[in-house]
Every structure is written in structure tokens, then in C-alpha cells.
Ligand binder design. Structure first.
Ligand code: KPL
Length: 297
């Protein structure tokens, strides 16, 4: 059996595609998503399907577990998984350092990276917004995961250096995600609007310097443009979190980039400003000043 630990947007999409390929899948979800999935899971966008799914609140033994919880939930979700036998655990999360935390609880962890586009339209309703790739390390356990994904028509590439893909994705996310969340715009607007792009370029350049220091050849500006164009109509995951009044993954994206830059002596002041604005937004969400609803005072 295949388990999806964290049935948010990405987990729901990957789980639905695997189930549609004929495999037995169990989704681990919480709260309103758990309640909605008890009825059905609806997939819209590149495919349209309504499927009956098996949904539970606590993880169970499985042959494979796809780990798709938000970065900040890695520790409690990892601990919950350590109480069962989750088989090979493949994390497809955003952000830096999540697999390090996960490995404190589990032995059999494979780090993956994905560029598949998924948005939660509502609880129990996921939009398959864009086909991408799942990058996995070239190793035996990953080949087993690749087989499951490919049988579900999910494109997989086995790569020599998965860390390059982890950092590249984080750097693209460090530009598009906070700027789209702060300005409340879709991804495409980040490259279309010259004021936002002014900032975007500066964040990208800091990421570029970091990649160079890490020994990678990477064109951050071109990559941000490419991804923003490809996902122009997407609301980034960070914008979706802010719109739902939820915590974001800023600490695991820009926060981790800042940490690494400081460690390596790289200037990252624009990342720091953006990180501070996002933390202010998060703190504001936590306070929930409902009086702000009255524009006349
Ligand atoms: O990964 C994404 C995210 O929203 O987290 C991008 C690539 C920016 C697509 O929306």
C-alpha cells in the first residue's frame, strides 16, 4: 500500500494520480481536509476525476510513504510516522533542511524535488495546474519510487546531485513565493510588473551568488523567469497560505537561504527584508486584528 502523509494540494494530486493508476492508496489528512476527503477527492484542471479515497488521521504501515506535509510540520509528522513502519519515505516538500529533520525520526528517507503544479481550490478539491518533473536521486530505493510514479504518468528524472535541485527550487521559491504573497498576485505578475521585478532580480542575484559559492552553475534570473512564465496563472503556495490565514514556509526557504549566506559570508540583505515582511504578515495573521475590516475608521 502507498501512503500519502499530508494530503494538501501536492499530496492529494500525487495520491490521486497513483490511485488512478490502479494502486491502493491511503491519504493521511487533518481537520476540514480529512472531513472533505471522507466524501471524495475531486481533481480538476489537466485531468478531471472524482474519486472515492481511503482517508485516515494517523499514519499506518505502508510499503511506500510520500511525505508532503508543510515544511514546519516535518517534526510532528516525522514523529508520528516513526510509530509505524512507513516503508520507504519519499519527501517532496519545499524548502531546505526538511530531510535532515525527517532523518532524525526515520531511517529510510529519500529526498525528492517536484515542479508539479497543484492548488487546493477547496477542501477535497485539487487543481492539477501544471505538469512538471519529480527529481529523485540515482539510487536503488529511488528507482522503486520512480516506477510507481511513472506508472501513474508522473514524469520522473533520476539525477546525480539531488542537492542541486533542492537548492535551485528553493532559490526560485525565495523569489516568486514571498513577492506573490506580499503583493497578492499570481506568479506571472512577478515578472510582468517592473517594480516587483526590480526586487525579484535582486533576490535572485543573492541566490545566484549562494549557488556559485556552493559550487553550482546556475542562472537564477533565467530560472525565475522560466518558472514564473510556466506557472503564470498559479497562486504560489505561500500566497495560498497567506490567503487562508495560515503559517507559511518562509523560514524554510528565505530563512534557510539567509542562514547559508551568512555562514558563507554572502550579502543577503534583500532576502532579509523580504523575510522580515513575511514574518510580519505571519505575526499579523496570528494576531488577527478583525477591526481592520472597517475601512471607515
Ligand atoms: O513551487 C511553487 C510554489 O508555489 O510553491 C512555484 C514553483 C512557485 C509554483 O507556484
Amino acid at each position: 500500500m502507498i501512503q500519502i502523509m499530508g494530503a494538501g494540494a501536492l499530496g492529494s494530486l500525487i495520491g490521486a494520480l497513483i490511485q488512478l493508476s490502479g494502486k491502493e492508496v491511503v491519504f493521511v489528512a487533518r481537520g476540514k481536509q480529512f472531513e472533505a476527503l471522507k466524501q471524495k477527492l475531486t481533481v480538476l484542471g489537466l485531468i478531471n476525476a472524482e474519486i472515492k479515497v481511503k482517508v485516515i488521521e494517523k499514519p499506518v504501515d505502508a510499503e511506500f510513504t510520500f511525505f508532503t506535509v508543510k515544511a514546519y510540520d516535518t517534526e510532528p509528522a516525522g514523529r508520528a510516522l516513526s510509530k509505524v513502519d512507513p516503508g520507504i519515505v519519499c519527501t517532496l516538500q519545499n524548502g531546505i533542511g526538511v530531510e535532515r529533520v525527517l532523518k532524525e525520526y526515520l531511517k529510510n528517507v529519500v529526498r525528492g524535488v517536484t515542479s508539479y503544479g497543484a492548488n487546493l481550490l477547496d477542501y477535497g478539491k485539487v487543481v492539477y495546474a501544471g505538469e512538471g518533473f519529480v527529481y529523485l536521486p540515482e539510487e536503488e530505493r529511488a528507482k522503486k519510487i520512480a516506477k510507481i510514479l511513472r506508472e501513474a504518468n508522473i514524469r520522473v528524472e533520476l539525477v546525480k546531485d539531488i542537492d542541486f535541485f533542492v537548492w535551485s527550487k528553493a532559490i526560485v521559491n525565495s523569489v516568486i513565493n514571498p513577492l506573490s504573497a506580499i503583493c497578492r498576485v499570481r506568479n506571472g505578475f512577478v515578472i510582468e510588473n517592473e517594480k516587483i521585478w526590480w526586487l525579484a532580480e535582486r533576490i535572485a542575484k543573492e541566490g545566484q551568488r549562494l549557488m556559485e559559492k556552493l559550487g553550482y552553475k546556475f542562472d537564477a534570473i533565467s530560472e525565475v523567469k522560466r518558472v514564473a512564465k510556466l506557472t503564470a496563472n498559479n497562486k504560489s503556495s505561500m500566497l495560498q497560505d497567506v490567503m487562508r490565514g495560515k503559517r507559511t514556509e518562509i523560514d524554510y526557504i528565505n530563512g534557510e537561504i539567509i542562514k547559508k549566506c551568512k555562514e558563507l559570508g554572502i550579502n543577503c540583505e534583500i532576502n532579509e527584508i523580504v523575510w522580515k515582511i513575511m514574518k510580519g504578515i505571519e505575526d499579523g495573521i496570528a494576531v488577527r486584528d478583525l477591526d481592520l475590516g472597517h475601512a471607515n475608521i
